[in-house]
Design a protein around this ligand. Structure first.
Ligand SMILES: [Zn+2]
Length: 338
């Protein structure tokens, strides 16, 4: 098959790769209905993670089960399934506690920017829809696989409650879906920090009540102004830089909660400063698997339409342009059709 491979900084290509097969009896092989480029794919694309050998790319997926191993019991051939970027058994103590991304048998899923994908621990990792989706639902189910699941975790981990005042730092796909998630959880006021017009518009569509385009201390001052000097109850940090983390901590009220779901790059926290801010911090790679059944249901019944974050759709063969458009912030998120 032909799939996306990263060869070095800003060099992603479609290349010949081996067809995935069942290796362990608990595996499934799925035929992807759609896949996409993640904000986190841009870190290695920009050369910010140590580049080593050519790396198959992609970890967001949904599609039809082609084949299952003899140890798979609940997932069946022909089902439409969605999984997370972390394969998990869904039975170990960490999974049972809702932290499937810390599963004792976790395997990171790679190589999903391709027509076919091997998924380990299929019974634990995958969730099937009740019926096959209509074509217009596919982008929303694909969003559930990572960006919505991560945005939902961001809102949940920041303890968003009905009536809450929420700040979302970061206007990438995860931040925008963090806005949608906070809205679903009943937030009354949602302040989106963004200085990009198209993203501000989508943030408002997803439920943002205010937009703050300033950054850093100025952004924090603006949030304080909007909250009568108090700060937000819940802050979703969806970037992963020192500046965004500082912005999140300073925009939170004493006793408030901050979630952080962007992979930190160069973030250092000062103990004494944290001590005196009285905030809760809860983050990490989102345990998307925990939320799959609920989010699939919300898409299935049309309550939410997270697929709107895909503002560029390309054939998989044009993956290089898909990365470029996101890198240059011409696209929020690229959907790829295998
Ligand atoms: Zn587990």
């Amino acid at each position: 098959m032909r799939g996306a491979v990263l060869y070095g900084p800003r060099d992603v290509r479609i290349d010949e790769r081996p067809d995935p097969t069942i290796i362990e009896p608990t595996d499934a092989v799925i035929r992807l209905s759609a896949t996409c480029v993640c904000g986190s794919d841009l870190w290695p694309y920009r050369g910010l993670n140590a580049a080593s050998d050519p790396a198959p790319m992609g970890h967001e997926y949904c599609g039809i089960v082609e084949e299952v191993g003899r140890g798979v019991t609940s997932i069946k051939r022909g089902q439409f399934v969605i999984g997370s970027f972390a394969a998990s058994d869904n039975t170990c103590p960490h999974c049972l506690a809702g932290y499937q991304t810390s599963c004792a048998h976790r395997e990171w899923v790679v190589g999903a920017q391709a027509p076919f994908l091997r998924v380990p621990m299929a019974d634990g990792t995958l969730v099937a829809t009740q019926e096959l989706p209509s074509p217009h639902q596919v982008p929303s189910f694909l969003a559930v696989s990572d960006v919505l699941g991560t945005g939902w975790f961001a809102a949940d981990a920041a303890n968003v409650k009905p009536g809450a005042t929420v700040v979302v730092v970061g206007d990438g796909a995860v931040g925008l879906l963090g806005v949608l998630s906070a809205k679903q959880m009943g937030a009354e006021r949602i302040i989106a920090m963004s200085r990009h017009h198209a993203r501000q518009t989508l943030a408002r569509e997803f439920g943002a009540t205010d937009i703050v385009s300033e950054r850093g201390d100025e952004g924090v001052a603006r949030v304080k102004e909007l909250t009568k000097g108090v700060g937000a109850d819940s802050v979703l940090e969806c970037v992963g830089t020192q500046e965004s983390m500082a912005q999140a901590i300073h925009a939170t009220r004493p006793g408030g909660s901050i979630s952080y779901v962007g992979v930190p790059h160069g973030v250092e926290l000062a103990g004494a400063e944290l001590f005196y801010t009285h905030v809760h911090l809860h983050g990490g790679p989102a345990p998307v698997r925990r939320y799959l059944p609920e989010l699939i249901q919300l898409v299935q019944n049309g309550t939410i339409n997270p697929g709107k974050v895909f503002d560029l759709e390309l054939p998989l063969e044009q993956v290089a342009e898909g990365y470029r458009a996101m890198d240059e912030r011409r696209a929020i998120k690229t959907l790829l059709r295998p």
